[in-house]
Design a binder for this molecule. Sequence first.
Ligand SMILES: NC(=O)c1ccc[n+]([C@@H]2O[C@H](COP(=O)([O-])OP(=O)(O)OC[C@H]3O[C@@H](n4cnc5c(N)ncnc54)[C@H](OP(=O)(O)O)[C@@H]3O)[C@@H](O)[C@H]2O)c1
Length: 256
Amino acid sequence: MAGYPFRRALITGASAGIGEQFAHVLGAAGVPCVVVARRGDRLRELAARYNGFEVLEADLQDDAGIEAVAMRVASTVNPIDLLVNNAGFGTSGPFHETAVERATGQIDLNVRSLVALTHGAVNAFRARDGGHILNVSSVAGFQASPNMAVYAATKSFVTSFTEAVHEENRGHNVKVSALCPGFVSTEFQAVSGVADRLMRTPRILWLKADEVARAGLDGVAKNRAIVVPGWQYATLPVVSKLTPRFVLRRIAGKIV
Ligand SMILES: NC(=O)c1ccc[n+]([C@@H]2O[C@H](COP(=O)([O-])OP(=O)(O)OC[C@H]3O[C@@H](n4cnc5c(N)ncnc54)[C@H](OP(=O)(O)O)[C@@H]3O)[C@@H](O)[C@H]2O)c1
């Protein structure tokens, strides 16, 4: 897609990985961004490369952080018309062995903050002349994933929730999409403790973070409800509907 229809974006989790690539793609296209994460030093380095970037340091696992970002989403000063809910993390291993704070922390970040910011953005965009919301989900949400039980469940939530909000906003010029990537090599693997487990995953299944970001931005500009980047994963939504659940969850468990 040549020019993007966005005037200003807010990206959560812009200090690394896919979120950082959203910022680079948009910055290079001349779209100013509000970049959000906890590591302010990284955000400032990123913002210095492009015109009009703003840095918002916030921890989206706590109420104060969510509130600060929600206020920026709603602000009518330099208003944003694209919200990218990208910040997220996972954990791996048997659920009962996962520290409960890490388990519930995923729900706080991947689900709770995303719902709160989407709520603020839909209301702000409906009151203005429209806008775009891109929620970063995962192919992990297409089935239950043993050894990533909470993570996959948060992503099932994100995809289902986003599809519903997409439908509610038909005809209101508020475009809402879920981006569902497969494997992307980022800090995610180290943070979620799956780096070693995924070492034998065929290279062909790995996507590039910048291509994933581009696919998401193109998809939300076109108001696609669900965007699955990469030919490798194109048939997955249909295959996962046709395959018995017990087969899907066993395959997912073997991968992780
Ligand atoms: N990589 C994959 O294979 C893959 C596949 C499918 C979907 N995804 C999804 O893609 C999204 C981005 O993941 P990634 O692969 O780019 O991971 P990443 O490289 O680990 O980046 C995660 C980003 O989230 C931010 N973040 C983490 N905790 C935060 C918190 N409490 N408050 C605010 N920001 C926080 C991090 O910044 P700070 O640490 O500076 O706060 C970082 O910028 C996630 O939603 C993930 O679930 C990833």
